[in-house]
Design a protein around this ligand. Structure first.
Ligand code: IVH
Length: 727
């Protein structure tokens, strides 16, 4: 295998192989050699370097980890200052228009200065650049739009293609030397790639400073915090969890022990340049920022796939909206987008105001984290009696909505975060995710704030509260006699995916239960017009509407009915599985544990819960009464479920299909026995993708998951053998 007789040749060949493998693995996410092979090559290189210390160089892959624990970081003076960027706080699309207008206004001002008499003090001698004149003549300005990564800025200095220094931004003039830690990031090239890149004839500049963002992916952040929690549980006093990926990344970069830094999973995106040898001295001759980004990519730096060229304000606005729509699905945090004038000549023309370039702006998205105060911790009682502590917050605008509540999940969680009344907390709300208390600021805790404990009695009905062995949740033992549980059971029964009874909302259920008008589910169908219309905020018309939707809900499906009953552990999917498997309600009600366990995806806990539910005479009575008041659904024969054409296949649907809503496509696939999941993984059999498909499509392509359009899906459902090449 080792054909190089000369150790120096072998060392350089090993380095080239290992660098290539690291680039494939970390940056392109497309490993070419197995991990074991990488390890073998790595060990061979280590052994050679140990035997021949004179062959050791700073760009050797063996030098990514290692080095001594530092006392502190040496200061690094940036030869080209690391500027900050102006922030457009208007989070609406108008923010992009404003920027485009400011760029044009500045150019117009310069043009007026050209037209002044030479004797006037503001006169400008040299004419405007042709691109500026074109813009003033009404041509759209060429921009590059990029995500604004939420990490920390780093400057990487390469001399003759080798990484020699990495520095933080610091105050923009002077940063800190964090080379040891940055070396541990697999995505940061230790040496510029010269072969195999997109541009084969790209000479290596004598000096190249690459600027970009060090960040932590969300999944890496979650895994790191999980590992930290386990250390804490094992009694490690030094371990702590991190509030968000940015803080975790910043902490890792400023670690004095490079071994710890190496254990923290960091990533990198390149987005700009610092000092670069000028063209006249052998440096690159780029005309645009976009060209520079392409060169960086060819040299092996990760450049965001979201970055793109955009012409004029309209395309900036479109970019802002498209990235916003993908924001929650991205594997990393962003806090906005950045627009940059693309042509470097135009950038020079625009110049700087104070320390900020006129040619770039950060256009933020609504913040997903805010500080607020905990005014109280309430305990709410759910449908199954579960007690949930909820932090009542001073209203705060976060993630695009005003938040006043955040769930603390259960006692364990509330204690782990140690949230107390009076605390100042960080609240996070990302996308449709329910708001969450991320952390408490211990310094701001009022003196004497008591630790949270669960009440021993249900705050609604006074029944005893119990926590079962091995469970995190406390439960009210009052069952349906507890008004809180009754209300939640009714709301669940009426919900869209259950009986879909329009008009039966919180406020109404509250009145119906508190006034003892509705004591059980069947009572709903016994409501009359007059008593309903007499309730607060009800008029005859709305009462009639409710009666109509109650009437309409009587014709349902077995799956919806089973789900609506609110059996613990029986969600929408399990209800569908049960309906498909048994066909008839009586078959479900009379099934023994063994028979329930035959249903795909039903395990002992779920089977036990279903069996217990139907073993209670009270529940059987509710079912009998619901049938008596007229609830019906088509009953079938027990499905020979294994024979359905798509049984065992998992689909994901993304984007906008030409003629079907996603819900309709889902129903069609499920009727054919398929499962429809929310995210793409190795276990996904097909992705059905419509227009504007985003990260799910990319993920499917990277995993080699077959992608269907609507027609392809229909062909598969029609059993036409599916598109070519399908299993
Ligand atoms: S360009 C002169 N591009 O945002 C322009 N900055 O002050 C220099 N950031 O902390 C910045 N994503 O680390 C640029 N695509 C991006 C960025 C970005 C994140 C950070 C940067 C700095 C702050 C801007």
């Amino acid at each position: 295998m080792n054909t190089e007789a000369n150790p120096a040749d072998r060392v350089s060949r090993l380095r080239a192989q290992l660098n290539r493998a690291a680039h494939q693995y970390y940056t392109l996410d497309a490993p070419e050699i197995p991990d074991a092979e990488y390890d073998r090559l790595f060990q061979e290189l280590q052994a050679l370097e140990a035997a021949h210390p004179e062959l050791r160089t700073p760009d050797s892959p063996t030098q990514r980890v290692g080095g001594a624990v530092l006392d502190g970081f040496a200061p690094v003076r940036h030869r080209v200052p690391m500027l900050s960027i102006r922030t457009e706080t208007d989070t609406s699309p108008a923010g992009a228009e404003k920027f485009d207008e400011q760029v044009r206004n500045h150019l117009a001002g310069e043009q007026r200065r050209c037209e002044l008499k030479a004797s006037e003090p503001r006169h400008r001698a040299e004419p405007l650049h042709a691109l500026a004149l074109a813009a003033l003549a009404g041509q759209p300005i060429a921009y590059v739009a990029e995500p604004k990564f939420d990490g920390l800025a780093i400057s990487l200095r390469y001399e003759h293609g080798v990484l020699v220094q990495a520095a933080t931004r610091g105050d923009g003039e002077t940063g800190e030397d964090v080379t040891q830690n940055i070396r541990t990031i697999g995505q940061v090239p230790l040496r510029l790639r010269t072969e195999g890149g997109a541009s084969p004839t790209l000479p290596v500049p004598p000096v190249l400073e690459v600027r970009g963002e060090v960040y932590m992916r969300r999944d890496d952040f979650e895994a790191l915090n999980e590992a930290q929690r386990q250390k804490m549980a094992a009694g490690d006093k030094a371990a702590k969890t991190f509030v968000n990926p940015r803080n975790a990344a910043a902490g890792a970069v400023r670690q004095l022990d490079p071994a710890i830094a190496a254990s923290r999973p960091l990533s990198f995106f390149a987005y700009g340049l610092g000092e670069v040898t000028p063209p006249a001295e052998g440096g690159p001759d780029w005309a645009s920022h976009w060209q520079a980004l392409q060169a960086l990519k060819a040299w092996g730096f990760p450049v965001s796939a979201l970055a793109r060229q955009a012409s004029g304000a309209a395309e900036l606005i479109a970019f802002h909206a498209e990235v916003a729509a993908q924001r929650d699905a991205l594997p990393f945090d962003i806090d906005g987008v950045v627009y940059k004038v693309d042509a470097l000549a135009l950038q020079r023309e625009l110049g700087f105001v104070t320390r900020e370039p006129r040619w770039a702006v950060a256009h933020k998205y609504p913040a997903q984290e805010q500080l607020t105060r905990v005014q109280a911790i309430d305990v709410q009682v759910g449908r199954t009696g579960k007690l949930t502590p909820v932090a009542k917050l001073a209203p705060v605008f976060v993630g695009g909505v005003t938040v006043t509540n955040a769930t603390l999940h259960n006692e364990l969680e509330a204690r782990r975060k140690d949230v107390r009344v009076g605390d100042t907390v960080i609240v996070r709300r990302a996308g449709d995710v329910i708001p969450e208390v991320v952390a408490v600021l211990p310094d701001k805790r009022p003196p004497g704030a008591p630790e949270f404990t669960m009440p021993a009695h249900c705050p609604v009905c006074g029944s005893a509260v119990l926590r079962e062995e091995g469970e995190a949740d406390h439960r009210c033992t009052g069952g349906i006699s507890c008004p809180a549980q009754r209300k939640q059971a009714l709301l669940h029964f009426a919900s869209r995916k259950a009986m879909d009874i329009e008009g039966l909302g919180d406020k109404l259920v509250e009145q119906l239960v508190d006034g003892n008008v509705v004591r059980s589910l069947p009572d709903l169908y016994r409501l009359g017009l007059a008593p309903l219309a007499a309730l607060e905020r009800m008029a005859e018309k709305s009462a009639q509407n409710l009666l109509d939707s109650l009437q309409a809900s009587k014709h349902t499906t077995l799956a919806r009915f089973l789900y609506a009953l609110g059996i613990r552990h029986v969600g929408e999917t399990t209800a569908k599985d049960l309906a498909r498997h048994f066909g008839r309600l009586d078959a479900v009600m009379d099934a023994n544990l063994d028979q329930l366990l035959q249903v795909p995806d039903v395990g002992p806990v779920v089977a036990g819960s279903i069996h217990t539910f139907f073993a209670q005479p009270h529940n059987r009575e509710v079912v009998a009464q619901l049938r008596a008041v007229g609830l019906t659904w088509p009953e079938g024969e027990p499905a020979a479920h294994a024979l359905l054409p798509l049984t065992g296949k998992t689909f994901v649907i993304t984007g906008t299909l030409p003629s079907l809503s996603r819900e309709q496509a889902k129903d069609m696939l499920e009727a054919a026995g398929a499962k429809v999941a929310g995210s793409v993984s190795k276990k996904t059999h097909y992705l059905v993708a419509g227009a504007e498909a985003g990260s799910k499509l990319e993920k499917a392509q990277s995993l080699g998951v077959p992608v269907l359009d609507e027609d392809g899906m229909r062909a598969l459902l029609a059993g036409g053998g599916g598109p070519p090449g399908m299993p």
